[in-house]
Ligand binder design. Structure first.
Ligand code: UDP
Length: 468
């Protein structure tokens, strides 16, 4: 009975505390919210609900981005977190979101760059008012329903099926190769799937083994002529290697079609985020338990971090640079910005968002014109001409036997590193598409947390600065 009285008292106290919290919260002016959001998660949730119903998002709090001015203090001070994450790209942001929203854990995301979003980062080009991606076009596509549903929690999406044309021998042709590509390039009149299958099978090089490199992969799919026109020169420009020096997965990324399908991807779910990619990251990371530190080199601050667990999403060879192992090879991209002024609201420079230039005559691989992306309006247009290069920001892991073997040695080191998990494209030395990065991060969290049931009530409550 005494226990019963005690628990009654506890219940009564809890009710009183909740009422007080609610009254306190209701009386708290929104300008005080920045202070308020440091309080308990429970109180925060009440605020979130109130905001949703009564207050227009314009006044809601900003994402807690780290302050560059405090960087030195931060380095000198020991800080404790449940989870530390190096890198604010897709893998890092998804893992941060999961730990904060599902386990209410305190997370810090350390980012070397001056922005979140990794290579998905986009912004509005000042001169033209057109939203552009800083690190090249990003096209979201997936077969994975869980990923599709997950990304919809953090953004509205606009249906978009990406189509690419290539300029080959002076003609615009669909890429990936389809019936129209072949008809245009070889003056044929193929009209059916059967005729195209027949044509392809006469062109294709037959091997008695599965393709071992990117040359064999392309030759086995399209044959010598299309290989020389579309695959070989483009691949050399992009990778500075012959296709036979690269693993088969590189040219296998793009399909070959035996019909009129012009789409670059065949996935059932394809769309672009209606307010851009950066806004998704703001929503993922906008949580009172997540602190984001921009302009901060993880290696410079890690000695002062006390982390329950660390997720490292940067290049694995950078993490182990002290071992003296050879560096892994990455390919980077140089973007040359070109503006055409006063082209007119309804005009664009090129017919599609992305135009490939496979031929060896062009000293670039493709041109991306962002005005096409979600049909943006501007009287000008802005384009980025892409040229691949060595050095610079690491974009593409270079998949050949030597690099794969070296990566395995790094993997052995990683397996011995206690309390650190290596995740994402650079840490896994694998060229993931966006959806693969997301599902890997979600599944890693499932495994590490042991959570069976998802609590899907993480409400994104910040107004992304990119939408203001
Ligand atoms: N590729 C090609 N010609 C093209 C497009 C692609 O040879 O017109 C080859 C090239 O080797 C490239 C690979 O296919 O690296 C994958 O192309 P994808 O468009 O997926 O490259 P990403 O957009 O990821 O740079």
């Amino acid at each position: 009975m005494i226990g019963g009285n005690n628990s009654n008292n506890v219940v009564t106290s809890l009710i009183l505390l909740s009422i007080c919290s609610i009254i306190f919260v209701l009386r708290t002016p929104l300008s005080d919210f920045t202070v308020e959001k440091q309080r308990t998660y429970a109180v925060h949730r009440v605020i979130t609900l109130i905001e949703e119903r009564e207050i227009q998002p314009k006044e809601s709090p900003e994402i807690q981005l780290g302050n560059q001015d405090n960087l030195e203090d931060y380095i000198n001070e020991v800080k404790e977190y449940d989870v530390c994450i190096a890198g604010a790209g897709l893998s890092g942001a998804v893992i941060a979101e999961r730990y904060a929203s599902q386990l209410d854990q305190k997370v810090v995301v350390i980012e070397k760059r001056n922005h979140i979003g990794g290579n998905c980062y986009d912004y509005t080009d000042d001169e033209t008012g057109i939203r552009v991606s800083q690190y090249g076009a990003h096209l979201f596509h997936t077969v994975n329903k869980r990923v599709w549903e997950y990304v919809h929690r953090f953004s509205d999406w606009t249906k978009y099926e990406h189509e690419v044309v290539g300029i080959v021998e002076g003609k615009h042709v669909p890429i990936p190769v389809n019936i129209e590509t072949v008809n245009t390039l070889f003056g044929l009149n193929i009209t059916s799937v059967e005729e195209m299958d027949d044509w392809l099978s006469r062109e294709q090089v037959k091997y008695d083994h599965t393709p071992r490199n990117s040359e064999e992969m392309a030759l086995s799919r399209v044959g010598e002529r299309l290989y020389e026109l579309i695959f070989r020169p483009y691949t050399i420009k992009q990778w500075n290697k012959e296709p036979k020096e690269l693993g088969p997965e590189v040219t296998a990324r793009i399909p070959v079609r035996n019909n009129h399908d012009n789409r670059y991807f065949g996935d059932p779910y394809q769309a672009l985020p209606s307010n851009g990619y950066t806004a998704i990251f703001e929503n993922l990371l906008c949580h009172p338990k997540i602190e984001v530190r921009l302009n901060t080199d993880y290696f410079k601050v890690r000695d002062n971090l006390r982390c329950g667990h660390t997720y490292f999403t940067g290049p694995i060879d950078a993490y182990f640079s002290h071992t003296g192992y050879k560096k892994l090879e990455y390919r980077s991209i140089d973007f040359e910005r070109k503006v055409v002024k006063d082209i007119g609201d309804d005009n664009t420079f090129q017919p599609k968002f992305v135009v490939n230039h496979p031929s060896a005559d062009a000293n670039f691989t493709r041109i991306v014109e962002y005005k096409h992306m979600l049909n943006q309006t501007s009287k000008h247009t802005v384009m980025f001409i892409e040229r691949s290069k060595d050095g610079g920001e690491p974009y593409y892991p270079v998949p050949n036997d030597e690099n794969k073997a070296l990566y395995r040695r790094y993997q052995e080191l990683a397996a011995k590193e206690s309390n650190v998990t290596f995740v994402g494209r650079l840490a896994n030395y694998k060229y993931f598409n966006m959806d693969q990065a997301i599902i890997n991060a979600l599944e890693l969290f499932d495994k590490d947390s042991g959570l069976k049931e998802e609590n899907d009530d993480h409400v994104a409550f910040c107004v992304p600065t990119s939408q203001k």
